[in-house]
Design a protein around this ligand. Sequence first.
Ligand SMILES: [Zn+2]
Length: 333
Amino acid sequence: MRSVVWILAILFSARAWGAMFVLPTANTALLDPSKQEQFFVGTIGRPWTSGQFGCVRSEGRKFHEGLDIRSVSRDRRGEPTDPVLASADGTVAYISTRAGLSNYGIYLVIRHQIEGLEVYTLYAHLSAVRKGLRVGDAVRAGEGVATMGRTTNTREGISKDRAHLHFEIDLVANGRYAAWHATNLKGMRNDHGNFNGRNLLGIDPAAIFREQARLGAGFRLVQFLQSRPILARVAIRGGQPPWVRRYPQLLVRNPVAERDGIAGYELALAFNGLPIRIAPRSARELTGTGKLQLLEVNPAELAEHPCGKMVFKRGQAWTLLPKAQELLDLLTY
Ligand SMILES: [Zn+2]
């Protein structure tokens, strides 16, 4: 009887935490350090390392926001046939079937609730989305949702030998992205509403899979996120930004602000601008004037990840680059 209770407790806790992410194709070489070359596909003429997440493109200056996962099954003509699997339980959030509208080609986005956190996974360059699959449909982890392909709108295209799934795990910057885009990026088309790549802030899926493999059921996504290195801290004066309402799990407590009243928020940003920790601040704790203030930069993290285009040292002073200003504007819109 006691063991039954135990098993139930374990099952229940796994469910309560939304379980874990599963690899989105049958390619499992990621978890074997000697087989990375069999997992990742590099860009044209570049080694496999350029298929990883991070500052892996153009000598470290360009950001690749996902994993390029190599095809492991092909038809007679050499086209990829790998089933693409939902990486966690969730709901289909977006399907784009017109390959010409994005460098993602045909792509699919799934919404998940993991530890209460609203997380999205994105599957790109598909040949097709599963027939009959619609936005709003519930899917289970490991369920087939699409087929790998080579679709993209870039001029160079994706050759057969480079066939891969581009896979992302993201948080969403703002639920009103489409409206923000219409006012702030006039003249730039937005065919994808809130599921425009600019509104999705990536987390390294490989780091998540490896940490899950290390910790098993002890893996916690929020803990993982908040243990990422911080590039910079910024303060935003004023009321609660929508980001804070959307991701209250990332809030850390501040008894001073709780007692004296909250006059603004401090955001700790990862190298790509993803805010991984949010702390309320009292008026007394907010020095300086202006709505937005750069408080601190971690030069070691900038050297490690130089492609975020968030901060720049002008003489002795650090400044926020336009991309960071734009992102912070979106986060507070
Ligand atoms: Zn990619």
